[in-house]
Design a protein around this ligand. Structure first.
Ligand code: SF4
Length: 379
């Protein structure tokens, strides 16, 4: 077995030129909760989360609602302290004083929220919303320089002519324009990392593509490291370099996007891919790419009392006895790919064929296990 503990997802083509800008290393986050009748319990929101973000690259974190994606984003943004594990910025563990990270951390790592309206101060004009971070984090000298910086920021997110937007209140803008202002505000502090928590999901379908193109341009022009959180594998396919899939608080598969989507090695990933429109399957409106909804796949398990063994086993068509009792290790599959599934104990990738189907001639360990299981069930 070649189970590994901490290799981060690597780049397509397997070469990662630089050390990660931001890393989560075996990070766990538990929340203590109390029920209406006073009973205490623990929400296991994230367990064993390991992820690396590199300069100029986009990692998509994909999974349904309640899978722990937003909690991981907040851990990376410094809003939550990990229960265990470590967040590292440029190789240095992030320190907290009285529960808070230093202000400089928030300059380097910016989080973009799902709801652009809730992210902006509704009582202030666009100008004020952009000037505030400039004043807080930069020594901006005088009114003229502030005006120049605000103008530059609006131009960078294509809100032009600037005069048309700079003195508007957030409620006077469209959803897409508001999200552009939110992104401009994040850029004001010249971050190294942008964490986008479902940044397009509340936008009209017609402008989602524009927003993804904007994010793509910013990562290539500024060399930003970008985490793109989504429940929609189609938009992840459009924007990202690597994909990491989360299920019930755990990361279950990761690797270069083309390989993960073309040949998913975890049954949950395959479910996500199959539920997503495929641009190669006939002529579709491009915008339809972004209509897939992983939340339609059914309810995720409780994070207070998750299933024993593999958390996906109650929904998995491949589940074996071992899946119900033992959590699968993270297994390196080569080429930057990994999976957490008992179908890969030997560390080989294979074809995910449903039990009972012809797995082909070079299907690898996945088909072998699936065939074993089908044979057992038929006896
Ligand atoms: Fe399915 Fe077992 Fe793999 Fe979990 S470990 S995804 S139950 S085959």
């Amino acid at each position: 077995m070649t189970a590994t503990t901490v290799p981060a997802t690597s780049a397509p083509g397997t070469t990662v030129p630089e050390a990660p800008v931001l890393e989560a290393v075996d990070v766990t986050k538990h929340f203590a909760v109390r029920s209406a009748v006073g009973a205490r319990s623990v929400v296991r929101a994230v367990e064993g989360g390991t992820l690396a973000l590199h300069r100029g690259r986009v990692v998509a974190l994909v999974g349904e609602s309640g899978s722990g994606k937003t909690t991981l984003a907040r851990l990376l943004a410094g809003f939550y302290a990990p229960t265990s594990g470590e967040i590292r910025l440029e190789g240095t563990p992030v320190r907290r004083r009285r529960g808070r990270v230093e202000r400089g951390y928030h300059r380097d790592v910016q989080l973009i929220f799902q709801d652009p309206f809730g992210s902006l101060n509704p009582l202030h004009r666009v100008r004020h919303n952009l000037e505030r971070p400039l004043r807080l984090h930069h020594a901006v000298r005088g009114r003229a320089e502030l005006d120049r910086r605000v103008r530059e920021l609006l131009e960078r997110v294509a809100l032009t002519p600037v005069e048309q937007y700079v003195d508007k209140f957030p409620h006077e803008l469209s959803g897409g324009q508001r999200q552009r202002v939110v992104i401009a505000r994040a850029l004001a502090v010249e971050p190294k990392v942008l964490l986008g928590d479902e940044p397009i999901s509340m936008l009209d379908v017609s402008i989602r593509l524009e927003m993804l193109n904007l994010l793509d341009r910013l990562r290539s022009e500024d060399g930003l490291a970008l985490l793109y959180i989504t429940h929609d594998i189609a938009s992840a396919r459009y924007l990202c370099d690597d994909i990491v899939v989360m299920y019930a608080g755990e990361m279950v598969e990761g690797g270069p996007k083309e390989q993960v989507i073309a040949a998913p090695q975890h049954p949950y990933t395959r479910l996500l891919v199959e539920s997503s429109p495929d641009p190669g399957r006939g002529a579709r409106d491009r915008e339809a790419l972004f209509d897939a909804d992983a939340d339609s796949l059914g309810e995720p398990p409780s994070l207070i009392d998750p299933p024993a063994g593999c958390r996906f086993h109650p929904r998995c068509p491949f589940a074996m006895d071992v899946c119900r009792t033992q959590a699968p290790p993270r297994t390196d599959l080569g080429g930057g790919r990994w999976a957490r599934c008992w179908l890969h104990p030997e560390g080989r990738a294979g074809e995910l064929d449903r039990p009972g189907t012809d797995a082909g001639t070079d299907a690898g360990p996945v088909a072998e296990h699936a065939t074993d299981r089908t044979t057992q069930e038929n006896q």
